[in-house]
Design a protein around this ligand. Structure first.
Ligand code: NAP
Ligand code: FER
Length: 341
């Protein structure tokens, strides 16, 4: 077996308790555990960047959903990129950079078939968690395949300064949308949407009712809504959509920490008269778009037409806090954790 130096033990984050409402630090535990030597067909990876994502909040609940719940007292998982340090698998050697699903830990032992090699020369490693990774594909597939974006469409995206939203807005612009409006949770983010990400208009949803602010930003209404937030945002978008309007239901982060069922959207019946199409999406269904996505989005990145934004938190010990900060809106672009070493 080809191997580099690896420690006997390393740290991993466990789910210590199921959060009730907003997670608190004591719901998470930092645990020292043995680093397992890879068996036949396996690799050992030193993680370099970990992804923290909103859907992880859902996995902390003990409910049946599209992703299985995290187990209590066991390491959590999620997107990660790192370097192979030992390999008992054909085609993988120490030093190879890989993308895989065993995040929330410093070292991961896994079947090589569950890892994808990535090229650190083509893009910084963390980009494979962001623009060229799951969140980038979500934006690309959601807007184009699910939303059916057409030239001239007036587009509204919520969560616009986040990982998915900041790419949705930019792709809409690149694909010829006639109006791109975004909402986000601070004045600074709103300014960046217009100045750095090329949105035509943006507003802070904390400044006043979303439907009022959307009506000002898009007085003629919208054709396509990319929903990352749910609740009052979705209700406002239903009101602003024109006949045959479409809404891509990608996320509903406003309710991920709720302990009671949400009230809205109260105006859903408008979907009848307007013949709206509201469609939920999961990025996993769009793997077939991967080659086209990498070619087109990779091209825009290289040509400087698409701006990649990340918020990087340093230190494995800060992963749980980074996740909490993501839910609080501390990030612009993709939130990742960089491991030392
Ligand atoms: P992100 O937008 O980078 O980070 C989450 C953001 O949500 C925060 O920065 C915060 O920004 C905002 N937020 C938090 N609470 C909010 C609230 N009550 N109302 C409005 N905004 C709130 O995360 P992401 O990874 O790009 O994910 C964005 C959405 O897409 C999430 O809903 C996620 O679950 C969904 N998603 C879905 C798929 C899929 O396959 N369906 C795949 C990836 C992501 P502010 O400062 O603006 O509040
Ligand atoms: C998210 C990240 C990923 C999310 C959903 C996914 C709704 C879906 C992943 C998949 O296709 O399995 O934040 O929120």
């Amino acid at each position: 077996m080809a191997t580099q130096e690896a420690p006997a033990t390393a740290r991993e984050w466990h789910l210590a308790a199921r959060p009730q409402g907003w997670p608190v630090p004591t719901d998470f535990a930092l645990v020292e555990a043995p680093v397992r030597t890879p068996g036949p067909g396996e690799i050992l990876v030193r993680n370099a960047y970990l992804s923290v994502d909103p859907y992880m909040r859902g996995r902390m609940n003990d409910v049946k959903s599209y992703a299985p719940p995290f187990r209590l007292g066991a390491p959590m998982d999620g997107g990660a990129v790192g370097y192979v340090v030992a390999s008992a698998a054909e085609g993988f050697a120490p030093g190879d950079a890989v993308l895989h699903g065993l995040g929330w830990r410093e070292y991961a032992t896994l079947p090589a078939e569950q890892a994808v090699k990535v090229d650190p020369a083509a893009a910084p490693l963390s980009t494979y968690l962001g623009v060229l990774g799951m969140t980038g594909l979500t934006a690309y597939a959601g807007l184009l395949a699910v939303g059916g974006l057409k030239e001239g469409d007036r587009v509204f995206v919520s969560g616009a300064a986040g990982a998915v939203g900041s790419i949705v807005g930019q792709i809409a612009r690149l694909k010829g949308a006639s109006l791109v409006v975004g909402s986000a949770g601070s004045a600074e983010k709103v300014a960046r949407l217009v100045e750095d990400f090329g949105f035509d208009a943006a507003f802070n949803y904390k400044d006043g009712p979303v439907h009022e602010q959307l009506a000002k930003a898009a007085p003629e209404g919208i054709d396509l809504y990319f929903d990352n937030v749910g609740g009052d945002h979705l209700e406002a978008a239903i009101g602003a959509l024109g006949v045959h309007g479409r809404a891509v239901l990608c996320g509903a982060i406003a309710q991920y920490n709720d302990t009671t069922a949400p009230a809205g959207p109260r105006n859903l019946a408008q979907a009848i008269g307007k013949r709206l199409r509201l469609e939920g999406m999961l990025v996993r269904d769009h793997a077939a778009l991967q080659p086209q996505f990498v070619a087109e989005v990779g091209g825009w990145l290289r040509e400087g037409k698409l701006r990649e934004e990340q918020t990087v938190v340093d230190g494995f010990e800060n992963t749980a806090e980074a996740f909490l900060d993501l839910l609080r809106g501390a990030n612009t672009g993709k939130m990742v954790v960089r491991l030392n070493g």
